[in-house]
Design a protein around this ligand. Structure first.
Ligand SMILES: Cc1cc2nc3c(=O)[nH]c(=O)nc-3n(C[C@H](O)[C@H](O)[C@H](O)COP(=O)(O)OP(=O)(O)OC[C@H]3O[C@@H](n4cnc5c(N)ncnc54)[C@H](O)[C@@H]3O)c2cc1C
Length: 396
């Protein structure tokens, strides 16, 4: 493992840092969870930020040039995502397009699909949502029931999706549907691109414990979708969906984000009193912080080890599952520790003038729980690590 940057990568990083210093929106430097911002204005600001990044060449840098990317090296992509997190840049509103359906289309899509769907993903002109989970099909995704029956040159879609993040703002959904009820479970599934404005789609928001309504139920009642919107061929949906899932896991676990949260926790510990002294001088707190720091550091080095392996051309294995599993659980523990240190102040939420760090800690405690479940639960990641990584037998 070589932790030194090549000269051209150091130049790339320095240029990026200078750009971020000049262009990062001031209000976005922190992860604000304050009330009072109109959702429309927030969405417009997030789209504007993605367009600014795109104009500077910093969106989807790894995509091939013919589809609007830069054909950037893996090292440059890694530096970009690290620097964005380090500078507390706002997340990209088009993330599901950029990180999930975009790479999937590059791999599986027809040329016409790539030309049609990729450009507006880059510019945030079209936002996407993921229609996988159903009320009875989460971890056991292949049991999904939403059906798409062929009628001439259209499919007619009927059924229900649930936990659909961002459906309320999405223009399109990449959706798993059952196109052949007689085929074995996995073989009857297709991957369909659905225009969210099509008649027959109803979206119902679900309120989360953070008080946000970021995900939804989506109902399909005789929704007509052109047959050319199938990706990867009829009945190939399971393989296509797994390409997307791998990218999703990569998206959900960020070791740099976890390092940021640990640094913020340290600031809380240094400025909070325990038995009349800074909490960082209290032996029990010190033990707890040290144990967390060891995990954070192990994940940082693990990320570099994975990067080195990929740069050396080794095939990806279970790394994304490990990173997703550990960082999501670690973020939750970091938030729980901060709340313990803050005592009664930690329980304050939106609207209070006594909020610490703009209410980040209670928000993170609740939000991080969702990420432990979304994109494949912690238990499912453990199954993957056990079976594909350690070669253990399948649990029956
Ligand atoms: C914040 C968030 C955002 C989401 N966004 C989306 C989205 O945009 N689109 C979308 O399609 N879905 C989305 N989801 C849904 C998510 O993918 C599912 O919640 C997840 O796959 C788990 O499915 P489930 O909720 O049906 O739980 P279940 O699968 O019913 O699991 C219940 C419990 O049983 C455990 N379990 C199940 N099977 C096994 C097994 N084989 N071995 C061991 N333990 C097992 C699970 O780990 C869990 O603890 C989101 C979820 C969250 C929390």
């Amino acid at each position: 493992m070589d932790l030194d940057l090549a000269p051209e990568d150091a130049v790339f990083r320095d240029k990026l840092r200078a750009w971020l210093k000049q262009n990062l929106p001031q209000a976005a430097r922190r992860r604000s969870v304050s009330e009072g911002e109109a959702p429309g204005a927030r969405l417009a600001a997030m789209k504007a930020w993605q367009r600014k990044l795109h104009a500077a060449g910093y969106v989807a840098m790894g995509w091939p040039r013919e589809y609007g990317g830069q054909g950037a090296t893996l090292m440059q992509q890694t530096l970009l995502s690290e620097e964005l997190v380090r500078h507390k840049a706002p997340g990209l509103v088009g993330m599901m397009g950029l990180q999930m359906v975009g790479p999937t289309l590059i791999h599986w899509g027809t040329e016409a699909q790539k030309r049609r769907y990729l450009p507006p993903i880059l510019t945030a002109d079209e936002l996407w949502c993921q229609g996988y989970s159903e009320p009875g099909s989460g971890s056991d995704l292949a049991s999904l029931k939403t059906s798409a029956l062929r009628e001439g040159d259209h499919f007619v879609v009927n059924g229900q999706k649930i936990w659909t993040s961002n459906a309320q703002i999405a223009d399109w959904m990449f959706c798993l549907v059952r196109t052949d009820k007689a085929a074995p479970k996995h073989a009857g599934i297709s991957y369909l691109l659905i225009d969210m404005k099509t008649p027959g789609i109803m979206i119902r928001p679900l309120l989360q414990m953070t008080k946000d309504a970021g995900f939804n139920e989506v109902f399909f009642d005789n929704v007509r979708v052109p047959v050319e919107n199938v990706v990867g061929g009829l009945g190939q949906g399971w393989a296509v969906a797994n390409t997307t899932l791998l990218h999703e896991r990569n998206m959900l676990g960020s070791t740099t984000q976890t390092q940021n949260i640990f640094e913020a926790l340290l600031r809380v510990a240094r400025t909070t009193l325990r038995d009349g002294r800074p909490a960082t001088e209290h032996p029990v707190v010190r033990q707890r912080l040290a144990a967390l720091k060891i995990q954070v550091e192990a994940m940082r080095l693990n990320a570099y080890r994975n990067l080195t392996a990929t740069l050396q051309g080794k095939k990806p294995g279970i790394e994304a599952s490990i990173t997703k599993l550990v960082t999501c659980e670690l973020n939750h523990q970091l938030a729980a520790t901060a709340l313990d240190l803050l005592g009664p102040y930690g329980t304050l939420y939106r609207g209070s003038k006594h909020l610490r760090d703009d209410g980040f800690w209670p928000y993170e405690l609740m939000f991080s729980l969702g990420l432990i479940i979304g994109g494949g639960t912690a238990q499912i990641q453990k199954n993957i690590i056990a079976q594909r990584g350690l070669g253990l037998p399948r649990f029956k």
